[in-house]
Design a protein around this ligand. Structure first.
Ligand code: ADP
Ligand code: MG
Length: 256
């Protein structure tokens, strides 16, 4: 269902060509990392997939359907950023419950006081509790449900952000350097967590990073982007052992 196809994607800001014709097909359930030096266009490409940015020319297809003009919220993708974008005043529980309430409750039913008087709200809140608990169990967040984001470590906050994405049951996850604010040790730990999450969910993951080691250890394939072009796409070992050119070799650190 969630094959993502990019056909001849170009993007210019004013006179600068940021993406110069990107072609890539990401299979359903695949883990593809988009890697490349800072400024090469990775975030722009991810934002185009998400619908947060409009390509100048070219076509994006998700699950076989062109998504031109489809709003971000209608694309059923989950985006996880380095800045966690959690609600600071809400508990872990509520942060994760928000997207569920948005989906299942009407505006009236979501109102703090009036909502409680409406019968449907109770039933739906019970279902939401079940789902939030299932996800927070999986992510080992059960002990922190009542805490606010400010009372969590960086890694825990990142897991809350992932939890909030999971409950929406997106057809694909888009990650934009989600670990870059974490210290080195935690980054290595979170790599393993994300790889495990991918195995468990079996959903398409598109993972942007400028850290080649991160990409190499987690992904099924890596797509190396340099100066707005995909220079090489392949399994990490393939790219490492047989880099197409000197720029790729330098970036992935091949012994050449
Ligand atoms: P990366 O994520 O690989 O670091 P970005 O996709 O963020 O790269 O940016 C690629 C290039 O596009 C950079 O030169 C950046 O300055 C430029 N750029 C990104 N967004 C905008 C924008 N909204 N307006 C103008 N230039 C932009
Ligand atoms: Mg970026």
């Amino acid at each position: 269902m969630a094959r993502i196809e990019l056909n001849a994607i170009r993007k210019s800001f004013d006179t600068t060509d940021v993406l110069k014709g990107v072609d890539l097909a990401i299979e359903d359930g695949e883990f593809v990392s988009l890697v490349g030096p800072s400024g090469c266009g990775k975030s722009t490409l991810l934002r185009i997939i998400a619908g947060l940015e409009q390509q100048s020319t070219g076509e994006v297809r998700i699950g076989g359907r062109p998504v031109d003009g489809v709003r971000p919220s209608q694309r059923n993708l989950a985006m996880v950023f380095q800045s966690y974008a959690l609600y600071p005043h809400l508990s872990v529980y509520d942060n994760i419950a928000v997207p569920l309430r948005m989906k299942r409750l009407s505006t009236l039913e979501r109102m703090p006081v009036l909502g409680r008087l409406l019968p449907n709200r109770h039933r739906v809140e019970r279902e939401i509790r079940g789902e939030v608990e299932r996800v927070t169990d999986q992510l080992e967040l059960s002990a922190f449900l009542k805490r606010k984001p400010g009372q969590l470590s960086g890694g825990q906050r990142q897991r809350v952000a992932v939890g909030r994405a999971i409950v929406r049951q997106p057809v694909a996850f888009l990650f934009d350097e989600p670990l870059s604010n974490l210290d080195a040790k935690l980054r290595v730990h979170m790599r393993a967590e994300i790889a495990q999450l991918h195995r468990r969910l079996g959903t398409t993951f598109v993972y942007v990073t400028h850290d080649q080691a991160e990409a190499m250890t987690m992904s099924g394939r890596i797509a190396v982007m340099i100066g707005g072009e995909l220079v090489q796409v392949g399994r990490p070992a393939e790219v490492y052992d047989d880099p197409r050119d000197i720029r790729v070799a330098e970036f992935v650190g091949s012994p050449k």
